[in-house]
Design a protein around this ligand. Sequence first.
Ligand code: AMP
Length: 394
Amino acid sequence: MNKRTIKDIDVYDKSVIVRVDFNVPVIDGKITDDNRIVEAMPTIKYLLEKGAKIILMSHLGRPEGKPNKKYSLKIVSQRVQELLPDNKVIMAKDVTGTDAKEKAKKLKMGQVLILENLRFDAREEENDKTFCKELASLAEVYVNDAFGTAHRKHASTYGVAKLLPNAIGFLIEKELNLICGSIENPKRPFVGILGGAKVKDKIGIIDSLLNTVDTLIIGGGMAYTFLSAKGYKIGNSLFDESNVKTAKDLMKKAEEKGVNLLLPVDFVETPNFDDVINYRYTKDENISDGYEGVDIGKKSIKLFSKVVKKAKTVIWNGPVGVFEKKEFAVGTYAIAKKLTKVKGTTIIGGGDSASAVINMGLADKMTHISTGGGASLKLFEGKVLPGVDVIDNI
Ligand code: AMP
């Protein structure tokens, strides 16, 4: 890691604007999982100890460029205050408006100011130059610790970094060290497990993982396009006709590279996605007419488990079934459980697979659960994250 981190910069009595990822789930006005806020604390506490005046900025949900009370960060500021009982946490009424400017100017050492939701301003996602300048004018130093948005080229993750002395925080540093460290020189056998709905979102990562893994397991809605390309019947299952050729090419590449590309060998099928009564197990890879595949079957669980058990490095992104419904979550939960038995490194690439592991209470049995689904996928793919790339080297 040759990027400048917060340990390399002097922040004493300086205003430090920190991009954090406080995009937490909020249901009925309550934060249902504060993991992202907790994960940002080491950086915030370190900067406070070193005498910084901290300005935190984040997005929350999708307010589509307009102020919207539903997505206010006020509720997050209350949680931050609870986690920092000895420091004053102040909430700004706007992002870069008069209130934010005044409160930033008056900020004292040891205090924390939280700006309103960045995405209340459409210029954030446009990486607008004026908006970057407005953000930069609030502080003297910029820190990016929002791993969950580090794959985005937005004003707060990219543009503003070019205008101030900059560094990455502890969370980004930890994610990079653990994810890149595990996949650059993996202990073998190295197994990738990919699930989720759409083939088109995962083509790049399948293509690049085929260069490094020993086995690639493909489950979830994606699998049916591959099975259809192999000539199996897939009923009404998710299918991406435009990517059948790509699926064939990827299977050919796996063969050429000597990678064991494993698809499910049986399924749970149901007349429609919402029907949790009339589901049944298939005998083999074929899905019946009028049915759709919604989870992997028992033989597939056995097959995948055998491979995972022997692995020394496993990376996993995406559920292998419609895991939001408990009847169709059996395969995904079985995979999560098997991962706890791996005598090696297990990296969970954020998003739904992370939720599955956390919901099962297995989080502390994995090597690392990433806080960023999209960002960790980019790293699995061997890509550079703009929010890291823009930070100066030491
Ligand atoms: P992604 O965002 O691409 O990782 O997709 C996650 C979604 O894939 C979850 O909401 C799952 O319900 C869905 N999914 C997984 N397996 C299937 C399947 N067999 N059919 C339909 N959707 C699925």
